[in-house]
Design a protein around this ligand. Sequence first.
Ligand code: FAD
Ligand code: DLZ
Ligand code: SF4
Length: 514
Amino acid sequence: MTGPVLVPILGDQLSPDISSLADRKPEDTVILMMEVAEETTYVRHHKAKIALILAAMRHFAGELREAGWTVDYIRLDDPENTGSFTSEVARAVERHKARGVQVTEPGEWRVRQAMEQWRSDLPVRLRILPDTRFVCPLPDLYEWAAGRKELRMEWFYREMRRKTGLLMEVGEPAGGQWNYDHDNRKRAEADLLRPRPLRFVPDEVTEEVLSLVQARFGAHFGALRPFQWAVTRADALKALDHFVTHHLRDFGETQDAMLARDQTLNHSLLSPYINIGLLSPLEVCERVEAAWKAGKVPINSAEGFIRQIIGWREYVRGIWALTGPDYLTRNALEQSADLPAAYWGGPTKMACLKAAVAQTAETAYAHHIQRLMVTGNFALLAGVDPEEVHRWYLAVYIDAFEWVEAPNTIGMSQFADGGMLGSKPYVSSGAYIDRMSDYCGGCAYKVKDKTGPRACPFNLLYWHFLDRHRARFEKNPRMAQMYRTWDKMAEAHRVTVLAEGTALLERLHRGAVV
Ligand code: FAD
Ligand code: DLZ
Ligand code: SF4
């Protein structure tokens, strides 16, 4: 065949320097972008997430055309749209008489498996190229992981600091320490003067998408309006600038805090933009490093932020790539309960859970500690099937793509990988939430009550969890102290905690309001 090469660009690959375009010339290439039903519904995504992706795709297609590329753009409401990447790519190969297909690898196993099938199903040659937007190429990651008994993030992160040179001074970590977390993790106070994240007004293109999403996905979880996310690189750069100028200085100190009336504190809200390709992870880190070098932000904030990106973000991507599709169904703790209806907005008396879910419905966003220590912590304590938990996170968050969501949920949050990602489960009693938030003051439960009708469910279920998983965890050196504390409690108290914990779980799992 003598036709052009077809380059499908997926909804989270919206970077002009994506690897599938690197060796292409506009005169010999047709870019294919597809809004397809399968992607919008394989989980019931939050309406705002669908809107972000479709609006960003439409804007990106416009920018590619302005740069001289030919873009074949299939809209969701196109009557000929067959609804899946596979059938749309086949149709486009035929339509353009393409001589080959070239694509950047996807971030979901489901899509990767479909793509592998294209090799035999398409009548032309297929090239699947590595996704070079990550800072750590996968071969380097595999080399780092080979032969290690434990794949701990901190060691990976130090390698990444050395490789990128970020916050390094003559081969040593800036300021003499790799990690400044001991200066972070403080409580936050409500502050009316704290700057707000930058928000954007939808233009005509985005408005059209919002109407489409409302009409087709109106029954999906979450609010669509006000829709205030950036959908272009230019606006995402403004959001980066705003974060560095107004929030980065205090990012470290308030990183783990939660406030009922300040949902974002000093978090960046940049994850959706980095994940769909509007910003590159390295440029974001370089901006943060430059602010530190200019003396505008302290080292604990700059280091804490850069660690999230070249440390955690790259590391979880590595875990995802190392483990493969079976990771998604791991269930090391053999938990099998259904996700409580409260996660989909059903009633709950727990102020912290209610706030985290309400905010998620309203904005498709919650920060890390809300995801880990409220919704994640409670699902784990309540014995929920980790695959259900995974599908919830994948659906409800604006930044959720399998490569990053699954290791965070299945590994870090639910310990369903048996400790590959974390050395101990992230579980806590109500005391942690009380220390880090202002939720407990407005709760129907009492965080100080360990038993009784108003005992905080986290207090009962924390010990219930440790007790029911004793065989697995009591030898874990990081948990031994907790078992000693439990064992020292009066026998009668322990019996009451377990009986009340069991009764609470029974009520929860038969759908009673907890
Ligand atoms: P900030 O607090 O401003 O952090 C800066 C950046 O660091 C983020 O934008 C993100 O790119 C990166 N980052 C921080 N923590 C992590 C992490 N643990 N893993 C990967 N990157 C990180 N993040 C996603 O991007 N997509 C997800 O689907 C996702 N699912 C999660 C599910 C669970 C159960 C948990 C506990 C965490 C999850 N995270 C996910 C990680 C983290 O919660 C989000 O990256 C963060 O809340 C995004 O908000 P932000 O941009 O304001 O982050
Ligand atoms: C998440 C998503 C949604 C909702 N819709 C589309 C779409 O219509 N077209 C598209 O190309 N991508 C979409 N995406 C993102 C894809 O699901 C994502 O690119 C794959 O899961 C691979 O990571
Ligand atoms: Fe959450 Fe317990 Fe505090 Fe209520 S008392 S807000 S359930 S931690």
